[in-house]
Structures are given as C-alpha cells and as structure tokens.
Design a protein around this ligand. Structure first.
Ligand code: NAD
Length: 474
C-alpha cells in the first residue's frame, strides 16, 4: 500500500489543506494499492502564491543556469527509473516494455527542450524594432492519466527553459507516479517555488488554476470536453491556454500499399498504450475491393497480440485504467454491435482467463459507416473500426470528416502520393508508412483536438510573451 499524504509546495513536501481521500486501485488486479489525500482550492492558491514569488528571481536566471537545471531534471529521472517503471506498470497497467520506453521519453523530453533552449533567439531585430521574448509568468500544468510522466515533463521542460515557475495538477488517478516524479524534481535541486505539485480534482484544484489571476497560462492535456471548460474558465483573466485534446485519427491505406505490413502496423497504431492513446489510429480507411483481405489480415494481427499481465515482457495490451473507463469501452463495443457493424474479432466482456482486472478484448469492426458512433467518438480503448472508400478523393474526405484533427496515418508504396495526401489532411501530425514520432518537432491538434503546440522549440515559444521595443538606440 502506498499512502500519498503530501503535496509539494515551495520546495517542500507538505500536508495539504484538503482532507478528501481517494483510493488507488490497480487496473490489473482491481486490488486497493494506495490512498491519496487530495489538495483543494486553498492548496492551489498557496502553490500559486509560491510560484508567483519564485517568478521574480527565476525569470531573471540565465540561459546557462536553466540548461543546467534541465540536465539535472533529466538525470534525476534516470536515477529513479526503476521505481518509475514499477509505478507505471502497477498504477497504470502499462506493459513492461512500454513503461521502460515511457520513463526514457520523460527524461529525454528535458534534453530535447535543452537543445531548443540552446538554439533559441531571445532577441530579434525586425525593422526598427528590437523584439524580446520574455517568460509569460506562472504556468498551470494540468495532465491526464494516460501518459503521466511524459506529459508532465514535456510541459515542465518548456516552462523551465522559458523561466516560468509552474503549479502542476496531475490526474487524480496517477498519484503514485506523480509522487515519484515530484521526488525527482526535488532531487534535481530546482529553486524553491519554481516547481509545485498539487494533487486534487479537476473541479477544485484544476478550476482554481484556470481562474486564478496570478496564473498567466494553462498548459493542459486531456479530453476535449474538459479543454472547453478550461478555455471558458480562462477567458475572464485572459490567460493563454494550450490544449492538447482528444482525437479520432484516420489511417488511410492506399491500394498500392503493402497490406501484409500495413494492416498489422495499423492494428498496433490503434492499440498502442492499451488503446488509450490520444493519437490512436482508430479509423482504418481501406479500398472497398480489399475488404475481405483486410478482415483476414486484421484478425490475424489481433490474434498475435498478447493481452494480459503487464509485467510479462511479451504483453502488448494491458488493462484499461478504471472500471468507469472499462464500462465506457464496453458501451462503445455494444453500440458498434447494435448499430450494425460487423464484429471481426473481440467483442463484449473480458478475454478468456482474465476475469480479474479491467481487460478488454482487442476488438475490430468491419463494415463501419461514418454515421456510426464508433466511427465518430473517441473510445479510448483497443477498438478498431474499418471503413471502406471507393476513390482516394473519398478517402481524404472521410479522413477529414471529423471534429478532431490530432493525428493521421498513411500507407502507400508511392511516396509522392503519400506526401500529397499528407498535405490535404487536417491534422497536426501525419505518420507515413509506419514512421515513428519525432519528439523535437511540434505536437498538437487541428480543430477540436486542441490549441497550440508542445515539445521542442514550438513548446518553448508558447511560454513567452513578445515585447517590441523601438527607439532603443540612443
Ligand atoms: P480529463 O479531461 O478527464 O482530465 C484531464 C485532467 O484535467 C485531469 O487532471 C483532470 O483532473 C483535470 N480536469 C478535469 N476537469 C477539469 C476542470 N473542469 N478544470 C480543470 N481541470 C480539470 O481527461 P482524462 O480522462 O484524464 O484523459 C483522457 C483524455 O485525454 C482523452 O480524451 C485523450 O485523448 C486526451 N489526451 C490527449 C493528449 C494529447 O496530447 N492531445 C494526450 C493524452 C491524452
């Protein structure tokens, strides 16, 4: 059992004012694994005040000092990586290999930001003006539960690089992981008040951060619904908001693609992170005349996936985070069946032999039409919908026929054609022929997938105000 009874304010672990206690349940065993005492609005206000005070000196630190801080943050995470991997598996249900990758990525984010900082031009000359980038102020960081470490470090790295103190509100479902990463921040010897971490609910701590006049910017990752609440809440104080939200990403397989590679890759691109990835390619768009072949290949690819104990190194798919999310995924699977989609593999209920834990059967539907719920809404579970198109023009239209615009995937043996299609997809990220992510490049969404960008130089840019000075020469 882990008891998380402190929050982190002004360089110290302290008892929160809030007294509400929340149980932490293992998604793999459904056993109680810990309890977290949640902070409240008062805790958020105290943390914001500490950050505001720290801004006075932190905003004046040199680039070299902040480069050293980013390096120390990176090193502190690597020092605790075994504990962090363990917590990611236990609390979140990440398969072991994925957890190892996640911790590495969390540390690496600081190095990528360090590189961006080293190259950043703080002063530019435009016409007769001198244009200076200045840190925006205190940043409120609000993160979800599906990638606790990397979400926090991507946002924190940019803030530290820019000279902005932060108040972090991690998801209430990630308290053990948040505690560990906070211990790393403490070890890194960052000046007091620069990093503050307050556990708590969105409605209390999150709302206070959103509305408090001493917070200059909110950097949020989570659902589109909450993103809208935050944007509304931030209007009164005219805060900057960056929002990394949900998605319903298309995966276009062109007729000339190598289907034997593209279809198994597509299944992985949908089921990544236990099916709980914002960029999951959940809509597989294929030529109509290849449907029968794709059904066979998709089924075979899913059969090869091991669902189960996340501690096993060959496990690909662990459990869903909570009972509530599990039930939601089940409702979506039921809606697919009820609305007439063809179940290729998977379906309702738990996989055989996994009666305990929030395990979902990896599920593929064919003959999905654009009006079906499973084709429109973000499911956040391992559920793939196969839709068919007759022409490439129609494929592009279908890909863009969504309120979201986070990611898109394209497979083709004709790279010119793939590039042309990439230029016509309304999404912040396009991965061609199974290519991976580039974490130094910007990440963010078009349309209702978000506002702003994070990672690397673009993430850093978001944390500055620009000041134009003319007549600066005597
Ligand atoms: P969520 O929106 O329910 O919660 C995210 C965070 O916001 C949590 O810390 C929560 O406590 C807080 N929150 C909730 N209500 C709030 C409010 N009114 N004011 C301020 N804060 C509030 O999302 P979730 O269920 O934790 O995460 C899943 C969602 O996150 C999915 O939609 C997924 O697509 C999205 N996501 C997006 C990205 C991305 O980069 N685009 C990455 C990961 C997850």
């Amino acid at each position: 059992m882990r008891y998380i009874e402190q929050i982190y304010i002004n360089g110290q672990f302290v008892k929160p004012q809030g007294t509400k206690i929340q149980d932490l349940i293992s998604p793999t065993t459904q056993q109680l694994i810990g309890r977290v005492t949640l902070g409240n609005e008062d805790d958020a206000r105290i943390a914001i005040a500490a950050a505001k005070e720290a801004f006075k000196t932190f905003s004046k630190t040199t680039v070299e000092e902040r480069i050293q801080m980013l390096q120390r943050l990176h090193d502190a995470i690597l020092d605790r990586s075994d504990d962090m991997i363990e917590a990611n598996i236990t609390e979140y249900g990440a398969p072991k290999l994925a957890a190892i990758g996640r911790v590495k990525l969390a540390a690496e984010n600081f190095m990528d930001t360090k590189e961006a900082l080293e190259q950043f031009e703080f002063v530019k000359y435009i016409g007769t003006a001198k244009v200076v980038s200045e840190p925006i102020g205190v940043i409120g960081i609000i993160t979800p539960w599906n990638a606790t470490y990397s979400q926090i470090t991507a946002k924190l790295g940019s803030a530290i690089a820019a000279g902005c103190p932060v108040v972090i509100k991690p998801s209430e479902l990630s308290a053990i992981q948040a505690q560990l990463i906070t211990e790393c921040f403490h070890e890194a010897g960052i000046p007091s008040g620069v990093i503050n971490v307050v556990n708590g609910l969105g409605q209390t701590v999150g709302t206070e951060l959103t509305r408090n006049p001493d917070v200059a910017m909110i950097s949020f990752t989570g659902s589109t619904r909450t993103g809208k609440d935050i944007r509304r809440g931030a209007v009164e104080t005219m805060k900057r908001v960056t929002l990394e939200l949900g998605g319903k990403s298309p995966n276009i397989i062109l007729d000339d693609a190598d289907f034997n590679t593209a279809i198994p890759t597509s299944v992985r691109q949908c089921f990544n992170n236990n099916g709980q990835a914002c960029v999951a390619g959940t809509r597989l768009l294929i030529p109509e005349h290849r449907l029968e072949e794709v059904k066979v290949l998709a089924k075979k690819a899913v059969e090869a996936i091991k669902v189960g104990n996340p501690w096993d190194e060959d496990t690909v798919l662990g459990p869903i985070i909570t009972e509530k999310q599990y039930n939601q995924v089940q409702r979506y699977i039921k809606s697919g069946i009820d609305e007439g989609a063809e179940l290729i593999i998977g379906g309702l209920g738990r996989p055989e032999g996994l009666e305990q834990g929030y395990f979902v059967k990896p599920t593929v539907f064919a003959n999905v039409t654009e009006d079906m719920t499973i084709a429109k809404e973000e499911i956040f579970g391992p559920v793939l919908s196969i839709l068919t198109y007759q022409t490439e023009e129609q494929a592009i239209e279908m890909a863009n026929n969504t309120n979201y615009g986070l990611g898109a995937y394209i497979s083709s043996s004709n790279i010119d054609k793939a590039n042309e299609i990439a230029s016509r997809i309304a999404a912040g990220l396009v991965l061609i022929n199974g290519a991976g992510f580039e974490m130094k490049a910007p990440f963010g969404g078009f349309k209702q997938s978000g506002i702003g960008r994070e990672y690397g130089a673009y993430g850093l840019e978001e944390c500055f105000e620009s000041k134009t000075i003319t007549g600066y020469k005597s």
